[in-house]
Design a protein around this ligand. Structure first.
Ligand SMILES: [Fe+2]
Length: 373
C-alpha cells in the first residue's frame, strides 16, 4: 500500500478532508503532552465545531510504552466506538497507536499478554500519523516496540503502517536545537545503515539514496529553522523510515542503545557516534564481508553512500560524515573501564546479523574505544 503524504505548515484544512473522505465520526488521538505546544492542538480542540466528528484523546502511556498502556488504549477505543486512529508525537505515540490499531479487532480483553500471542488480523481502520520530530521515521515503518513484564516486545506487521502521514513543518520550529541535531542524525543513520544492510534491495537503496540526498540538501536550512529546511527534513526522515522498513538497522543501532542508557544521550546522537566510526572501520575490514553479494558489491555500495553524500567515493563519504558530526558539536562521552566492559556485552546479536561485516566481541570492544573517549 502506498502511503499518502500531506504536507502542511500549521494549516490543517486538509485534515478536515481526511475526516470527511473516510466518514470518520470518532477518532482516537494518541499523543503525548508535547501536543500542547503545537498549532495542531487548536485544530483538534475545535474539530467538533466544524465537522460531525469527535476526538477521543488517549495520552495514558509512558516513554518506552507498556503493553498495559496499549490494552488500556484498546479498551478505551472500544468503549468509545472509535472508527479511526490519529497519532501525533514521537516514537512512543506511534508505537502505542500502531499496537492499538493491530489489537483493536482481536478477540478477548488482552489479559495476561494475550494480544501478544494472538494472530494479527489486518483491519482497514483509517490511521493517520503526524510526526513531531524528523528522525525516527516510525510513521513509515511496520515496527512497534512495547514492554511486557520488563521484556521488550518487537511487533512487526505491515497493517500497522499509517495509511496517511501529515507532515507539518511548523512542529519543528520550536524543537530544541539539540533534539533537532540528534533526530536529523537518526534519520541519516537509518539511511546509511539501510544502504549497507545485508537485507537491502533495489527498492530500499533508492529510499536510502533519496533520504541521504534530502538530509544533505536540507541540513543547513533545517538547522537555521527555515520552513523549507524543516519540510525537507521531515520528508528525508520519512524516506529513511521507508528504507529501514525493508531492511531494518545494523551494527550502529545495535551498538548505540547502551550508549543512550549509560550516558543519557539522545538516540540519534548515540547512533551517529557509532556510525561515524563504523563507516571507516568497514572500509578497513571489507575482506570480512558476510553479505552474500560479496566484498566487491559491498565496496561499490559504500561508494554509492559516499556519492549520495556528494563525495567521489566511500572514503571521502566517511570523512564527510566525521566533519558533519564535528560541526554539530555533539559531545563524545567518556567511558570508565567498567562501562567499556558493560558496553561490549550489551550488543544484540540479532541486529548484528544485518551488518555486512562480521563483528566479533574483540571488534566490538575496540570500536567502543574509538566511539567513546
Ligand atoms: Fe534510530
Amino acid at each position: 500500500m502506498q502511503q499518502a503524504v500531506l504536507c502542511v505548515n500549521g494549516q490543517y484544512d486538509v485534515l478536515d478532508s481526511w475526516f470527511s473522505e473516510y466518514g470518520i465520526k470518532r477518532a482516537m488521538l494518541v499523543c503525548g503532552k508535547s501536543i500542547n505546544r503545537l498549532a495542531i492542538n487548536r485544530y483538534v480542540e475545535t474539530l467538533s465545531d466544524r465537522l460531525d466528528a469527535r476526538i477521543v484523546r488517549f495520552m495514558e502511556f509512558q516513554p518506552n510504552p507498556l503493553y498495559e498502556n496499549v490494552v488500556a488504549g484498546v479498551n478505551r477505543f472500544r468503549e468509545e466506538n472509535c472508527d479511526a486512529i490519529l497519532a501525533i508525537g514521537g516514537g512512543s505515540a506511534m508505537d502505542v497507536a500502531k499496537c492499538i490499531k493491530l489489537y483493536s479487532n482481536m478477540p478477548g480483553d488482552g489479559e495476561n499478554g494475550a494480544y501478544l500471542k494472538q494472530t494479527i488480523q489486518p483491519n482497514q481502520l483509517p490511521f493517520l500519523a503526524m510526526p513531531t520530530t524528523s528522525g525516527t521515521g516510525s510513521e513509515a515503518t511496520r515496527f512497534a516496540v512495547i514492554y511486557y513484564e520488563g521484556k521488550k516486545q518487537s511487533i512487526s506487521d505491515y497493517s500497522c503502517i499509517p495509511g496517511t502521514v501529515l507532515m507539518d513543518s511548523s512542529v519543528l520550529k520550536t524543537l530544541p536545537q539539540y533534539q533537532k541535531k540528534a533526530t536529523m542524525m537518526d534519520a541519516l543513520c537509518h539511511a546509511i545503515e539501510s544502504f549497507w544492510s545485508v537485507n537491502s534491495t533495489e527498492e530500499s537503496k533508492v529510499y536510502s539514496c533519496n533520504a541521504i540526498y534530502g538530509v544533505m540538501e536540507h541540513m543547513a536550512g533545517y538547522l537555521a529553522n527555515t520552513d523549507k529546511g524543516n519540510a525537507g527534513m521531515l520528508m528525508a526522515a520519512n524516506t529513511a523510515g521507508k528504507a529501514i522498513n525493508i531492511t531494518q538497522t545494523t551494527a550502529g543501532h545495535a551498538m548505540c542503545y547502551k550508549i543512550t542508557s549509560l550516558f543519557g544521550c539522545a538516540h540519534g546522537h548515540a547512533a551517529i557516534l557509532c556510525d561515524r566510526i563504523l563507516f571507516p572501520w568497514m572500509l578497513r575490514n571489507i575482506d570480512n564481508c558476510i553479505d552474500p553479494r560479496g566484498a566487491a558489491y559491498l565496496r561499490s555500495t559504500l561508494d554509492q553512500i559516499g556519492q549520495a553524500m556528494g563525495c567521489r567515493n566511500a572514503q571521502e563519504g566517511s570523512e564527510k560524515l566525521e566533519i558533519i558530526f564535528d560541526n554539530l558539536e555533539l559531545e563524545i562521552p567518556s567511558a570508565s573501564q567498567t562501562q567499556f566492559e558493560e558496553l561490549k556485552t550489551s550488543v544484540n546479536p540479532e541486529r548484528l546479523r544485518n551488518h555486512p561485516i562480521a563483528l566479533d566481541p574483540n571488534a566490538i570492544d575496540s570500536l567502543y574505544h574509538e566511539i567513546l573517549r
